[in-house]
Design a protein around this ligand. Sequence first.
Ligand SMILES: *Cc1c(COP(=O)(O)O)cnc(C)c1O
Length: 385
Amino acid sequence: MSSPNSESIERLILQHLQGFHPYHPVQPPEVLSRRAGVPPEKVIKLDSNENPYGCSPRVREALGQYGLYHIYPDPAHAGLREALEGYVGLGREHIVVGSGSDELIDLILRLFIEPGDKVINCEPTFEPYRVRTDVCGGEVVVVPRDEGFAVDVDGVERALDKATKVIFVATPNNPSGNTTPLGDILRLVDTGRVVVVDEAYFEFCGETAAPLVARYPNLFVLRTFSKWAGLAGLRVGYGLFPTAIAQRLQDIKLPYNVNAAAQVAGRESLKDLDHIQGTVKAILTERERLYGLLSNFFRENMTDDEQSSVAVDLLRGLSSPVLPSRANFLLCRLGSRANEVKESLERKGIFVRYFNTPRMLDYIRITVGKPEHTDALIEALKEIW
Ligand SMILES: *Cc1c(COP(=O)(O)O)cnc(C)c1O
């Protein structure tokens, strides 16, 4: 027998994972700090839509007091699911908790998708829908959003065939910040395919399909504590499913998928809604201020030609390069300078998101931070423009 070498082992890797295109997650603050050459406490992180006010102080306290870190966590997440019942308005038999809603995206695809199956993705949107479909060997069918980033429901209907099993819709969408009307979601549900409505930014917008989950066997809703509740680092999200599907997901997940700290933090967050909703309100107020300041800045500093080439005229005749947003970030259309602006901001320790995909080359996405982050951003733009 010949002894194995790395080539012979790599040949054992599944065919559909041989030339795999990974997701490019954002880097942690210490890496950003080194990259920009600014001290970590000076880094302004506006690239991942995190809550700049952090988690509830009650969460910190509860985590400190919790005494069972040496015991495996509850695999059924009973306490957190019970606490979620009142918050989402559905019984716990509809609720599945994951290590971030990322994990639920993956679990849904594992339940439904094998090589040969198709998943409809309304791009530009949250990249993991594509990446996790690829991991399962499914085929991603892209139905591009229209000029104003609305879901092209007719296009989705035309794209359907026998192999289509799942349709993903983020609302508000990341990175464009617009919502999909309930009527459009219901048209997607009418296709009979699994429709996954990702409401990661629900708390910033208030629109939800959650009450419909109990009525349709093919409508799933995803939520997370990462964005509004300031728990991105602890990884806790959940999904709302028809009961039969919730049970299947519960059956196939890893037993201890959500660690004890994440479960404690999720429960405690729900006991401190006033505080967290206060930070959400502060972010919404700041979003409007940032929108105004950015729009003015571009109006004053872009040439007329630049302005007419990037104006987002699409929604209600607005002519700012900044898209109106229902989430905690703003998408700005900067034309050919987008990447250069992103890199110049980075050298000043301000990190925003740039997407190196054909449709998004002209844009940067800026998370709404605290007022002082807005001020620093506008100052930096003035210096680099
Ligand atoms: C951030 C984000 C998520 C991921 O949330 P986690 O719970 O942290 O995994 C899911 N969907 C969208 C659209 C997001 O922007």
